[in-house]
Design a protein around this ligand. Sequence first.
Ligand code: HEM
Length: 119
Amino acid sequence: MSESLYDRLGGSEGITNIASDVIDNHLSNKTIAPRFAQSDVATIKNAAATFFIAGTGGPNVYKGKDMLTAHKGMNISATEFMAVLDDALAALAKNTIGQREQEEVLFVLYSMRSQIVLV
Ligand code: HEM
């Protein structure tokens, strides 16, 4: 079992679909939707997909900001952070990603907490 997380999430196509669902979930999640009121949906879906593909061992080179720079000064709460994780897990489940992969993604996302919450 040496398949990368990238492959197990369905490669670039699978991850692009998952990332799109994550953003759709954010936009209908009352806890965090206001944060994205001014966002261009296609742009943030693309940022989420390329970040995710690069971070799971895929071919993309992510050219966006690092997580601290992207979220600095936003005063993001722990509750908002959990809402993002919930949305990610719901998107993974919707795309029939297995329990083990869901846990791996959750671990990776959670590890970024200190660069995002109250920075
Ligand atoms: C592990 C959790 C998270 C990850 C992996 C993540 C990832 C990202 C990425 C890749 C970007 C794009 C940076 C760029 O454009 O260069 C971004 C922007 C952003 N993030 Fe996060 N984020 C997380 C948590 C959060 C939370 C909890 C909030 C607040 C609810 C949030 C709000 C935003 C906003 C408002 C933007 C700017 C969107 C725009 O450009 O229109 N993020 N994030």
